[in-house]
Design a protein around this ligand. Sequence first.
Ligand code: NAP
Length: 310
Amino acid sequence: MSSQTTVIITGANRYIAPPTPPHYFMNRTHLTSSRGIGAAILHALSTSPPASLTPLTILACARSPPSSPPPTTSNSAQVHWHALDISSHQSITTFAETVRTDLAPSGVDILISNAGVNLDLDGKQGIEPAEKTLATNFTGTLGMMQTFAPLMRRPGLDGLGGRSRIVNLSSVGGKLSSGPYGKEIAARLKGAGKVEDVEQLGREYLEAVRTKSEKNKGWPVGKNYSVSKALLNAATEVVARDNEGVLVNFCCPGWCDSDMGRLIGQPGKSNAEGARIPLKLAVGDIGDVSGKYFENESVHGKGSGKISEW
Ligand SMILES: NC(=O)c1ccc[n+]([C@@H]2O[C@H](COP(=O)([O-])OP(=O)(O)OC[C@H]3O[C@@H](n4cnc5c(N)ncnc54)[C@H](OP(=O)(O)O)[C@@H]3O)[C@@H](O)[C@H]2O)c1
């Protein structure tokens, strides 16, 4: 078994390189402030990798990754940037092929699917923003799970308690209580037996948006983001059941000071605080918990989360 641990982070965004090596101070790309939860996760893992998981190779993914060479952030963690648009099936499969053949031929240990969009406040209505939102938050994140679950190292590393990990960034918006959902739709989301069942629900939602019949069909109106995360939650539970050798969990990071968080006011939490739950699910001791949703007691909570109902 290789001693290298490989973690993939989607939507890792731009990132402030630490003070070494000095020439990075000359590079504007690396001076750009980090702005999302993905960047905070990347920062935490690259600057303080858990000793039991070193050496750590971080495949930091972004739609537009920095063009300059990746920084060497610590002796025990290496960051490599890769282009990845999770809303594109082609982009996912191209990246996966590189991972399988070159970057991590002995297997991936951790996938943190952080990339997400919230277009609900952009002022546009109709099918286009609905499709774009689901293509990233639901089918894109599902595509990452389905593509990378077979590439995950089994058994997992001792430092991970023997189980590789998948962590999806969902949202409190994905809870059924943030609907309203009709009884039948809610039951189908909660009781999905196969990924295809959830994909069918996604198609039905888009058809309801197209025909402006969301309310009649039991969907919330004008809440593409919430619906996309509810579909993601349902799909994550199914993928967890289908992949017993991997711990597959999902969470709400809380209301954080990112571009997305600031869409609805001034969040009370930093992105580093928002990274706590996903980091626990990715590298912490979580026993054999899989298929569970984690959150804090409120979106302002700064803890590392507990299992909750969605
Ligand atoms: N902030 C909050 O309060 C909050 C609350 C609940 C849940 N969340 C969830 O936490 C996650 C991170 O959100 P955030 O607050 O950090 O948002 P953010 O600042 O808007 O960052 C989102 C990240 O996702 C990337 N992304 C978007 N579409 C993508 C695609 N198709 N392919 C690859 N990357 C893509 C963005 O990349 P670009 O740089 O290319 O745009 C960016 O790095 C999301 O899943 C979000 O739903 C956030």
